[in-house]
Design a protein around this ligand. Sequence first.
Ligand code: C2E
Ligand code: MG
Ligand code: MG
Ligand code: MG
Length: 294
Amino acid sequence: RAKADGGGRVRFLDAPLDALAKRRRRLERALRGAFERGEIHVVYQPKVCLQTGALCGAEALARWRLRGQEEVPPAEFVPICEDIGLIDELGRHVMRRVLADISAWRAEGLAPPKVAVNVSARQFQDPGLVNFVADLLAEAGTPEKALGGEALEIEITESAFIGDTRHAVEQLRRLGEIGVTAAIDDFGTGYSALSYLRNLPVATLKIDRAFVSGIDTDEGARRIADTIVALGSRLGFETVAEGVETERQAALLAAAGCQLAQGYLFSRPLAPEVFRAKLQAAAAGEPLALISAA
Ligand code: C2E
Ligand code: MG
Ligand code: MG
Ligand code: MG
């Protein structure tokens, strides 16, 4: 702690840091028991097909509601999980919940689209990951029909390829063998060498919200987004835009050739029961959204 050197300035800067450190310690303690106490749950954000407006996918997102208290955002608790060795537990928990939900929906006769699960770079290094997913898939589903890996996608960021790229590629190849596809999340914000994309067994690029948010107001932002979509399609990737909030953004992305989009315009992340209602609506032929032309 810096010593108070006369003025009140040091104390003034010191206090919030202290509060942050306290919060961090409190959250670390609470996280260790959060799984057993059932405080970690999963919500689903729909992905929409920009050509048809149909529900074409979903992203599973972890939520933590501290007992009787505030919700802690994943941007805060996921890094803590990584630091204190709980990231595998989080990843396994989310994967189990997702496969259980998909199985339950299928058992009801619903047809959930592919659900994407975020896998942190740390968790992606775990050599046991593929076997864990394969075992869960084998247990999931209904007695008549096991769940295939096609039900699942994983989202990893470019940071998963820093370091042991060969291992990362091998993990993706093994996931592909059991039918699980992969998407690069937050594309464009990380590791920027494009050459790594060429031989990656990945089906999808998710364009980060940073490249989407300005496209309806800023010509330069629109050109960047167009270029990323074009790059993706030239290299054979499906592209998904994240953080779509306005109809104009959706129309411009559709015109650029982007296939899928997710964002508050279409839907916030939804509790499983609410997402299930969307599946029922989709089964009745209702589109999730109407996409206008640019
Ligand atoms: P992400 O994977 O890039 O997820 C997209 C984030 O954008 C989500 O935030 C989502 O709620 C938010 N979002 C979606 N549409 C909009 C929009 O139109 N506007 C705005 N402003 N935001 C939108 P969330 O749920 O807070 O998650 C933040 C990050 O935490 C995720 O970013 C992901 O990196 C991480 N995360 C979430 N769940 C998990 C998980 O189960 N495991 C791991 N390893 N990471 C997770
Ligand atoms: Mg994601
Ligand atoms: Mg993302
Ligand atoms: Mg993100």
